[in-house]
Design a protein around this ligand. Structure first.
Ligand code: ZN
Length: 411
């Protein structure tokens, strides 16, 4: 790693390509990007960042620099500089603003040259939002913390890819570490997205037979107090995670389900015994993530009553708030958004929910029971974020409308 740092310490004395590559890496870090894409097309080369979860185009370097940029990154990433036909992966670190920043690089050959993805591995602080900054309501936070205070059991974050599940679990893990650093914390991940203080993070390598189940078995013997398992991928991983949870460990994990209630049915459909699901699960967090309005250019948005009502605001609420938007400024690169806000449904496993799981009740019945117990839907959470002026009507529509009739009933 130190070798690669050396290579870029004095960009001013190096050629334009070295300077350009350095500039992109530094710029992406300063803008808090999570990924950099350097994409070759027939006539152009495009650089995009993933900012607040959204791909944003930042520049078109001259196409003629493409090969030199790829070569430069191969040198930094200690990849094979002569290899252009096979995918390659590497890790490197740079010193930026007196911090060591780690990058994961992967290159894949395409018709127009190698396409490059560079993932920035941010340190947990200050990059990772705190538990209070995620967008959870007071009740949701209280329900979640209550599940955590039990110090054992399974907490599942569910939602599609890029719904912010990992961020939520990272925040939880970091919160728990800060509260009680005496406990032991470990993770089993597919890729590390941020470094967490006080947490032993491991990555699986299925190519050498190191998969999530073998890692889980190893951890069952070692027994960390809190274990994050990337995903309940299959029956085996789910069984092991539930065994760990029932043996006194706290297990945090994710599942690709639509909402909280469908998580239980998914687990039962995986072939797990209902008593295992009922006994191990303590809380399910369903979520989506929307963009946060930029604080520097926030202003009232001119939304009609009809459009506000159409997303689920009830007439009584109409005059209690003003929909906001971002005008676009230098801080938000003209997008009007900076940062993100989660839309959550937090469903604790109460005795009534537990009974329903044991009876293998339908998703609909579980959802109904949850609403009766005062569990707010994700859409309600998104609407509340809009009412607080944290996000726009457009983001609420984008992230909650698709299944609004069936699965995201307002409460
Ligand atoms: Zn702005």
């Amino acid at each position: 790693m130190s070798e690669s740092k050396e290579l870029l310490v004095s960009p001013d004395t190096e050629g334009p390509v070295v300077r350009l590559v350095h500039l992109i890496l530094e710029d992406a870090y300063r803008k808090r990007a999570t990924e950099i894409f350097i994409e070759p097309y027939e006539k152009i080369l495009r650089v995009r960042y993933r900012l607040d979860g959204v791909l944003t185009e930042v520049m078109h370097p001259p196409k003629k620099l493409q090969a030199a940029m790829a070569a430069r990154l191969k040198v930094i990433g200690k990849l094979d500089i002569a290899e252009r036909r096979l995918p390659q992966d590497g890790l490197f670190s740079l010193s930026i603003e007196s911090t060591t920043v780690d990058f994961q690089i992967s290159m894949i050959p395409t018709r127009w040259g190698e396409t490059i993805l560079i993932r920035l591995l941010h340190r947990s602080r200050p990059w990772l939002p705190g538990l209070l900054e995620l967008g959870l309501s007071e009740k949701q936070l209280a329900d979640l913390l209550e599940a955590h205070q039990r110090r054992q059991g399974l907490v599942v974050a569910c939602g599609p890819t890029f719904a912010g599940k990992t961020t939520t679990l990272y925040s939880l893990l970091q919160h728990q570490y800060e509260e009680d650093p005496q406990r032991s914390f470990a993770t089993i991940e597919v890729a590390i997205h941020a470094y967490l203080e006080g947490v032993e993070q491991s990555v699986i390598h299925p190519d050498i037979g190191l998969n999530a189940s073998s890692m889980l078995r190893a951890h069952l013997n070692r027994r960390p107090d809190v274990l994050l398992v990337h995903e309940l991928r299959d029956f085996e991983v789910s069984t092991l995670a539930m065994q760990a949870a029932m043996q006194g460990m706290q297990v945090l994990t994710t599942l690709h389900t639509h909402d909280a209630a469908s998580t239980y049915t998914r687990l039962l459909n995986m072939g797990l015994e209902s008593y295992m699901v009922a006994d191990s699960l303590t809380c399910v967090i369903a979520q989506r993530v929307g963009r946060r309005i930029c604080a520097s250019c926030k202003e009232p948005a001119d939304e009609s009553d009809d459009s506000v009502l159409s997303v689920g605001i009830v007439p009584d609420e109409l005059n209690t708030f003003t929909p906001m938007k971002g005008r676009g400024c230098v801080d938000c690169l003209g997008s009007g958004y900076k940062g993100r806000v989660g839309f959550f449904e937090v469903l604790p496993v109460t005795s009534q929910i537990r009974e329903l799981i044991l009876r293998r009740a339908s998703t609909k019945d579980i959802r109904q029971a949850a609403r009766e117990e005062g569990v707010a839907s994700m859409r309600r959470s998104a609407l509340d974020a809009m009412k607080r002026g944290e996000t726009t009507l457009q983001e609420v529509v984008l992230h909650t409308q698709r299944n609004r009739d069936a699965s995201l009933p307002c409460s």
